[in-house]
Design a protein. Structure first.
Length: 243
């Protein structure tokens, strides 16, 4: 079997993660398909990749659990080899007006969306460096981390933190030829965006349309490609011209 460069995609069983995993597999990368609870969808994604001639394996852990994440990542690296790249996509929302926001909702969003930056990347970077092939790290933030958003103080804080962490890590890893960039999506179309909210939301977007998960996947594809080897420490806004 051909020895393909490996890329970890966290949250691969979700809409954006799924599109990224499938798109990168088409680019001849071996995909570590991460999931936390949705094994059926993750397994289907891996099977789709393999049936189309690609390589994929499943990896399960909760990105907010530091020890579990480290254990599973190091076991996967031991079994299948170090990653050439990582797409840090896993995340959750727990929206509410700040005065009414429960401490648990603050903690869960920060642990899952921001702490996972450390939990996922810290164990895999030294093996990546030892490959001596350079590398690609792409984090997923949000327009909420740049502009803020009503009802999302916790989410905005986490996503803003990802941007700062991404830029600092990019500086640290530049001499290793490992690029670190961030994608900040705007409003991406999902089943939850419909009805009256959808029409109001579109008015905020100059292009007057929602983004698709494939738009984020296309940006990730570029950032991991050789064509992006001189791009690092950047935040790529994929938002239809918002703000």
């Amino acid at each position: 079997m051909q020895n393909l460069k490996r890329i970890l995609v966290t949250g691969a069983s979700g809409g954006i993660g799924r599109s990224i995993a499938l798109e990168l597999a088409k680019q001849n990368y071996s995909i570590a398909v991460h999931y936390r609870s949705n094994e059926e969808t993750a397994r289907q994604i891996a099977e789709d990749i393999i049936s189309n001639g690609g390589q994929a394996n499943l990896i399960r852990f909760d990105v907010s659990n530091r020890e579990e994440t480290k254990t599973q990542l190091l076991a996967d690296i031991e079994a299948n080899g170090a990653y050439y790249g990582a797409i840090c996509n896993a995340g959750i929302t727990r929206d509410n007006a700040f005065p009414a926001m429960a401490g648990e909702d603050w903690d869960n969003v920060i642990h899952t969306n921001l702490d996972s930056f450390y939990n996922v990347l810290n164990p895999i970077i030294m093996p990546m460096i030892k490959l001596r092939q350079g590398g690609r790290i792409v984090t997923i933030s949000s327009i909420a981390g740049i502009t803020g958003n009503r009802g999302q103080v916790n989410y905005s804080a986490a996503k803003a933190g990802i941007i700062g962490a991404t830029k600092s890590l990019a500086i640290e890893l530049a001499k290793r030829k490992i690029t670190v960039n961030c994608i900040a999506p705007g409003i991406i179309e999902t089943d939850m965006i419909q009805g009256a909210f959808a029409e109001e939301a579109k008015k905020m977007i100059p292009l007057r349309t929602f983004g698709q998960t494939e738009d984020i996947a296309a940006t990730a594809k570029f950032l991991v490609s050789d064509g992006a080897k001189y791009i690092t420490k950047q935040v790529i806004n994929v938002n239809g011209g918002m703000y």
